[in-house]
Design a protein around this ligand. Structure first.
Ligand code: NAP
Ligand code: HSE
Length: 433
């Protein structure tokens, strides 16, 4: 049978992984598909650059549009990243009737509604398994494996770089910046690593997961997003004293007729599954009304792991022979309904507070009395002795309270003369709350 011919846009970390996998598993892939799948062309900004893969027989172009338009390319695989250039290329592929595979979560989260409408009208598949949680087949699990459920919750560690940084801060006490440099060297980070550390990459992924889970349009602008820059080794250590690990989570919860969508540093009880997921690994817990909680775990970034997900889409496209077997966002396009997204101020949660206070009698009483005035009880508390310094450090976990309660109480506590510097606050998740 005639081979299915791929054109790769981008030969970076993921592009090279896709080529390596093609070389290594060509026979198994062709068995699964029923015909050979070959890469005929690829593009890179610098076509002459040495790559960590065998490019023999692949035509290398400087212009990605030449690959999209090439007559010997049946499927376009977009691995450039970013918004405008990728958008133009994907639109051109759709217009040419060529199925698209992309790992680009920014593109899907921010432009996906328009791109899927175009693709559906044109009868062309746009597949994006690699866009969320690297090598974990979470898109397929949500869109197909759990299709009989009402999905109530999706909670996960969905940025490999962030989890790698937090894990090394926790285990080795290394400061943030030097760990980030290692994550970049290993090919985990985005071209602009602030997307990883400021939570934007996780917000892109949460946008996609929420849309698949709840049958809503992609609503990136509705995700409340907080990154990991503010987390210090001090907080990691204090959280551990209280029996918690700090993880950067994406949280999408159905609450009545509305949903909560947030990305945030979170304290998790150390016994929880997600608290034990370390390094570049990602994990997602999806709760369906019939099946209950289900967990998905694996490498969240890196060339070969991500290439695994890219190839899953290529194999699907090859097997489906150009037909759109499943709609891109799980629900049929006419079934997608906007859902109200609750503002952060309307959410409830338990909180971690860290304060630096003068080492003098009555300080703790003043703090707990302010908390009591705001109807907040303290569930756990740890005080580190000053050890020669003038100030003591207090860390505490509150009961589950409204966001406005903790904001008002924190402001009042910060006014106390014995409290020095700003309070640090993070939300605490107890699964099932
Ligand atoms: P990368 O290493 O930076 O590679 C990007 C590739 O695109 C390079 O080959 C580059 O050419 C080319 N390129 C960049 N800008 C271009 C432009 N304006 N026009 C034409 N070509 C351009 O990126 P990556 O890590 O492979 O990521 C690719 C995509 O996969 C992104 O959407 C990313 O979010 C996503 N993703 C990455 C990972 C991961 O672990 N890295 C995991 C999941 C998803 P040169 O090589 O010549 O510079
Ligand atoms: N920069 C991303 C991460 C790549 O670290 O998770 C995988 O999407």
């Amino acid at each position: 049978m005639q081979a299915l011919r791929l054109g790769l846009l981008g030969l970076g970390t993921v592009g090279q992984g896709v080529v390596r996998l093609a070389r290594r598993n060509a026979e198994a892939i062709s068995q699964r598909v029923g015909r050979p799948v070959v890469i005929t062309a690829a593009s890179a900004r610098d076509p002459g650059k040495t790559r960590d893969c065998d490019l023999d027989g692949i035509r290398i172009e400087a212009d990605p549009m030449a690959v999209v338009r090439a007559e010997d390319v049946d499927v376009v695989v977009e691995l450039i990243g970013g918004l405008d250039a990728a958008d133009t290329l994907v639109r051109a592929a759709i217009a040419a009737g060529k199925p698209v595979v992309t790992a680009n979560k920014a593109l899907i989260a921010e432009r996906g509604n328009a791109l899927f409408a175009l693709a559906t009208d044109a009868g062309v598949t746009v597949a994006f398994e690699a866009a969320v949680a690297g090598g974990i087949p979470i898109i397929k699990a949500l869109r197909e494996g759990l299709a009989g459920n009402r999905i109530d919750e999706v909670v996960g560690i969905i940025n490999g770089t962030g989890n790698y940084i937090l894990t090394r801060m926790q285990n080795e006490g290394i400061a943030f910046d030097s760990v980030l440099a290692d994550a970049q060297r290993l090919g985990y980070a985005e071209a602009d690593p602030s997307f990883d550390v400021d939570g934007i990459d996780a917000a892109h992924k949460l946008t996609i997961l929420a849309s698949l889970a709840f049958g809503m349009p992609l609503a990136f602008d509705s995700v409340t997003c907080e990154g990991i820059r503010g987390i210090s080794t001090k907080d990691i250590e204090l959280a551990r004293q209280l029996g918690y690990h700090i993880k950067h989570l994406g949280i999408a919860k159905r609450r009545g007729d509305a949903v909560e969508l947030r990305v945030q540093p979170t304290l998790l009880p150390e016994t929880e599954l997600l608290a034990k997921v370390d390094g570049v690994l990602n994990a997602v817990v999806v709760t369906g009304d019939a099946v209950g909680p289900t967990g998905y775990f694996g490498p969240g970034a890196g060339g070969d792991a991500t290439a695994s997900a890219v190839w899953a889409d290529i194999v699907d496209i090859a097997r489906d022979q150009g037909q759109i077997r499943v709609p891109p966002l799980s629900a049929q396009p006419e079934g997608i309904r906007a859902l109200p997204v609750r503002a952060l101020s309307e959410t409830r949660s338990s909180h971690y507070l860290r304060l630096q206070v003068a080492d003098e009698a009555g300080v703790l009483r003043s703090i707990t009395s302010i908390l009591a005035d705001h109807d907040i009880s303290v569930e756990a508390i740890y005080q580190r002795e000053p050890r020669g310094e003038q100030d003591a450090v207090i860390a505490m976990i509150t009961s589950v309270i409204g966001e406005s309660q903790i904001i008002a109480a924190s402001a009042a506590i910060a006014e106390l003369p014995a409290v020095h510097g700003a309070l640090t606050r993070m939300r605490v998740e107890h699964p099932g709350d």
